[in-house]
Design a protein around this ligand. Structure first.
Ligand code: NDP
Length: 443
């Protein structure tokens, strides 16, 4: 089965490298499992899961501040709705294409299943670049994007959220336009402002959840976060709240980055410096190099932070940001744990290095599932027209991350005792979706 599947999928998606990478990574752990469970083989569940239920591609025309017409391309990949309405973020970044969105949607199916909440998987976005655009331009783009997207989504059909380039500002504009067109106030998006149905802790959820997951990984080894040196990439939503939780746990965060380079602060990023980052990135929308100037530390243009010695690395920027040489740098400098805040930040060769060298390695679909988990909780609160307290949502988030960790241990512990989190997350995520697909006769 392995060769047939790999041949077929490689041929069908030869021009979609990121999607192919995600599918091949997952199938490596799933195919041996499927061979032992012939029902899944008979129903060709994996073959079916790698074909989206629906892909929507559309034109997004909008007016810039000079009154000129600009055209972008919009997408929604509705991958799998076996266990709930489609659910997954929107990404606005010039690199967005079908391959990247299909990889993200495929990963999302397994991730959402791992949370144990009733959510199918999807992903969408546009090649629009919010960087350098005025608020008005972003608003006009979001309105045009939603004018088309609203035909295909709804609180019981498909509930998008944020991702790279889509934060609270964008979700607000998108929600406003949906409401105008449909004349409905519903939970059609998550990550909304608190004033209009957003859940408390949603902005924090991915970063906090990542650190809760790391805590669980360390606990198995009778270790703690306190006193650990942590390198983090990115300086957006996930990175910011990962830093906040690391500080709270007594770890020292040494780095942050953006697509222009990284800062190295040997004294550690404390709460005061983090507040500066919040303001720099979320209000002024500036570059991370300004941090180096502000606090007198080093800035490395066009470089990634993986050469800085650390105990723990948390990649929180984008896919394939840890190449094989970065992985060697990390392990040779004494890194003991890598947990992915971003989706697929480590190349397959890098993952191989981590696993061969016995590192604790957690893939994004497990470690960053906290964001979508709290999105799921936002959907529940919207359905009830009720808001839970911060404490309640945080407790639920923590318990979901603990359960995901347990599921990984259950399906991923190898004979020598090594916990293969990648294998565990893939199998645990797959089983629920596969059983639902078979039961519904969708395969
Ligand atoms: P943001 O847009 O808030 O931040 C993204 C950060 O990554 C920015 O610092 C950005 O720098 C940097 N970055 C983006 N693209 C690149 C690139 N090609 N090379 C180097 N740096 C880059 O996004 P999020 O924090 O929300 O998302 C980060 C990652 O986490 C993504 O992989 C996303 O899919 C994943 N994720 C996000 C969740 C969420 O709830 N937001 C949930 C689960 C996963 P710059 O500003 O220069 O572009």
């Amino acid at each position: 089965m392995v060769n047939d599947f790999v041949d077929c999928i490689s041929r069908r998606h030869a021009n979609e490298p990121e999607f192919l990478q995600a599918v091949l990574e997952v199938s490596e752990s799933l195919i041996p499992f499927i061979e032992k469970n012939p029902l899944y083989k008979k129903h060709k569940v994996l073959e079916c899961m790698t074909e989206p239920e629906r892909v929507i591609i559309f034109r997004v025309p909008w007016l810039n501040d000079l009154g000129e017409l600009e055209i972008n391309r919009g997408y929604r990949v509705q991958m799998n709705s076996a266990i709930g309405p489609f659910k997954g973020g929107l990404r606005f970044h010039p690199s967005v294409n079908l391959s990247i969105l299909k990889f993200l949607a495929f990963e999302q199916v397994l991730k959402n299943s791992l949370t144990t909440l009733p959510m199918g998987g999807a992903k969408g976005g546009s090649d629009f670049d919010p960087k350098g655009k005025s608020d008005r331009e972003v608003m006009r783009f979001c309105q045009s994007f939603m004018t088309e997207l609203c035909k295909y989504i709804g609180p019981n059909t498909d509930v998008p959220a944020g991702d790279i380039g889509v934060g609270g500002r964008e979700i607000g504009y998108l929600f406003g336009q949906y409401k105008r067109i449909k004349n409905e106030f519903t939970g059609v998006l998550t990550g909304k402002g608190y004033e209009f149905g957003g859940s408390l802790i949603r902005p924090e959820a991915t970063g906090y959840g990542l650190v809760y997951f790391v805590d669980e990984m360390l606990t198995v080894h009778k270790d703690v976060l306190k006193g650990k040196a942590v390198t983090i990439s990115g300086s957006g939503n996930v990175a910011q709240y990962a830093v906040e939780k690391c500080i709270e746990s007594g770890a020292t965060v040494l780095t942050l980055s953006d697509s222009d380079g990284f800062i190295y602060d040997p004294a550690g990023i404390d709460s005061r410096k983090l507040n500066y980052v919040f303001e720099l990135k979320n209000v002024r929308r500036g570059r991370i190099k300004e941090y180096a100037k502000q606090f007198g530390c080093e800035y490395f243009p066009k470089e990634k932070p993986w050469g800085i010695p650390c105990d723990i690395a948390l990649p929180c920027a984008t896919q394939n940001e840890i190449a094989v040489e970065d992985a060697y740098n990390l392990v040779n400098n004494g890194c003991m744990l890598v947990a992915e805040g971003a989706n697929m930040p480590s190349t397959p060769e890098a993952v191989e290095v981590f696993q061969e060298r016995g590192l604790l390695y957690a893939p994004g679909k497990a470690a960053n599932a906290g964001g979508v988990a709290v999105s799921g909780l936002e959907m529940s609160q919207n359905s009830m027209r009720y808001s839970w307290t911060k404490e309640k949502v945080n407790l639920k988030l923590k318990s979901i991350m603990q359960n995901i960790h347990q599921a990984c241990v259950k399906y991923g512990t190898e004979e020598n005792g090594y916990i293969n989190y990648q294998k565990g997350a893939n199998i645990a995520g797959f089983v629920k979706v596969a059983d639902a697909m078979i039961a519904q006769g969708t395969v």
